[in-house]
Ligand binder design. Sequence first.
Ligand code: GLU
Length: 468
Amino acid sequence: MTVRTRFAPSPTGLLHIGNARAALFNYLFARHHKGEFLLRIEDTDRERSTQKAVDVILDGLDWLDLKPDAAPVYQSTRQQRHTDVAQELLSRGLAYKCFCTADELKLMREQAVAQGLPPRYNGFWRDRDPSEAPSGAPFSVRLKAPKEGETVIEDLVQGAVRVANAEMDDLIILRSDGSPTYLHAVVCDDHDMEITHVIRGDDHLTNTFRQAMIYRAMGWALPQFAHLPLIHGPDGAKLSKRHGAQSVVDFREAGYLPEALCNYLLRLGWGHGDAEILSREAQIALFDLDGVGRAPSRMDYTKLAHLNGVYLREADPARLTEDVAARLADRSDVIVDDLFRERVLKLMPGLQARAKLLTDLAESAAFLGKKPPLSFDAKAEKLLDAPTQAILRRIADKLAPLSPFDAPTIDAALRAFAEEAGLKLGQVAQPLRAAMTGSLVSPGIDATLAALGRDDVLARIGAATGHG
Ligand code: GLU
């Protein structure tokens, strides 16, 4: 049997990282078992399911490199099939028409609550003849759920989970406007798509009992279920906006690399010994549902940023350069052109060694696209007093004739100057940093000057010493 998993998001306008993690687990599980990973867009709420909301999901999966193995299935296109299945259950006597009005249902729920029972339907039309209803009255279709015994799900993460059937009422599969309910549609779709493993958040666990009843009524084999614990914030409360980034787009904008985010999401709630950094190949080779814990995981943004730094240091400089250029493209104080890209690429080894997030990386590269005179931060301003400016002018005289204007030649010249002037290397490098970047932070000063090129280095020294 080919393993077939699916990710089945509802287009809400954002791809929450809890959902992204479900997608990752479905993807890895399918790959590990040499099966297929499918995507179903659950777009039955036509108001919310705009093309834009669907694109958020498609773009998010693309960015995370979790591409499905087939074109997405749109649940809304399958409504006829959902209705047909409901009709079949109706004609086989396994479902029935319920003519209760909204007011009657409300009353029923209130009566149940008054008796200390959960608010639910009392089965009024279960064994009644539809001819008792006023002619033409609208009806919903309800499944005749078993009343005795229990429903047990052998969940691959949670173990055996059970519920007494007496606790569940007859669920609606078709609403009175003829539209299928979500619970019913999912079962029909998972069956028709030949899904073998349903891996999803454990907020769906209670739905699973009801869905199992539909499978059984249709005589369909149940897939295996794996319900993943949810992701909580660092304080243990449900992850929300106040904790920080929570949708895939938020993380992307905050400067995380998709491979770092995937690695982190995998480790959050799944373990394989002490392994922290796992390539996609290793993830596929090692992933199975046995390693998924049952307790909710806590999002640790500090750990994620650290992991991102590790990935950032290994990332391709050309790719990072493009990212930096894109992040700075709208900045009025930075000229993002080919020259800028060239400079960033040249200095990237030094830049990527120090950054944790792509946003830091872009910020640290911005000076390469600025036109002198730069604005100076407080520390740089303080350092650039008259005596320091005099030193800078002397350094400029040493740098002007250098050939080639590359890092080793610059390094040798700065060392020789420091020695000759009786200065420590830092006393040469820091004023230069201030003049080049407007701050006292940059990669190695030799590489920084080489990336800027002679003309710009001299122009920046000139501007910083009042001779611009
Ligand atoms: N569409 C559901 C959601 O976005 C998921 C359904 C499922 O995985 O069965 O929460």
